[in-house]
Design a protein around this ligand. Structure first.
Ligand code: COA
Length: 182
């Protein structure tokens, strides 16, 4: 297991096939999918395909969402991190979009914020960009709250159509390196 980052409470590493049970616990929960406009996962086979897709992204782009684990228990709590978009996203190409998803039982503990700060800090030091992007469902207040805490600025709305995702009036956020609150 290759650890990429460590924070006070968390270990951050690439997602592996052995994470399938934890991943399934998270992604089969309808509440987790409330603002993602995607049906919850209904089988572990489907979950394995998602992990394989992420592993393809690691190989092709050197980065994708990363697993976030509790340092004390070793439990995979969720995922967080930067996805590279070669295809147009709100009119932009070759951009990194930041996102996160955690098991419902671990919301409200600050894990999304703690892992986001560590990954964005790593990103600005290791990826040759000065801006990261993020998007949310317009009613996903918890997600927008995290973005604002880190320094992301709301820039407007756009209609997202990407694979299974289709969200009207999706929010668009940008984080300039100089605005990052680590
Ligand atoms: C979006 C999502 C990750 C937000 O989770 P969250 O628990 O609200 O966010 P955090 O993990 O950063 O926790 C924040 C809160 O934890 C609390 N907290 C408890 N202990 C803490 C600690 N040690 N450090 C920091 N915050 C702590 C704080 O009250 C904080 O809220 P505040 O900033 O208003 O004070 C979660 O709702 C989720 O997984 N949703 C489903 C997937 C999804 O919608 N993803 C986003 C798509 S755009």
């Amino acid at each position: 297991m290759k650890t990429l980052l460590e924070t006070e409470r968390l270990i951050i590493r690439e997602i592996e096939l052995t994470d399938v049970d934890d991943f399934y616990e998270m992604d089969s929960d309808p509440e987790v999918h409330k603002y993602i406009d995607q049906m919850p996962i209904t089988s572990k086979e489907e979950m394995v395909k998602v992990i394989e897709m992420l592993q393809k992204q690691y190989a092709e782009n050197g980065i994708a969402r990363w697993a976030v684990l509790d340092k004390n228990t070793g439990e995979m709590l969720g995922w967080c991190g930067l996805k590279f978009f070669r295809e147009p996203l709100n009119g932009l190409v070759n951009v990194y979009e930041h996102g996160y998803r955690f098991k419902q039982k671990h919301w409200g503990k600050g894990y999304a914020t703690e892992s986001s700060k560590a990954i964005i800090d790593w990103g600005f030091k290791n990826l040759k960009v000065d801006t990261f992007y993020a998007m949310t469902h317009p009613e996903n207040e918890n997600s927008m709250h995290i973005l604002r805490k880190i320094g992301f600025e709301f820039k407007g709305f756009f209609d997202l159509k990407y694979g299974d995702f289709e969200i009207e009036k999706c929010t668009w956020f940008e984080l300039e390196k100089t605005n990052f609150k680590s």
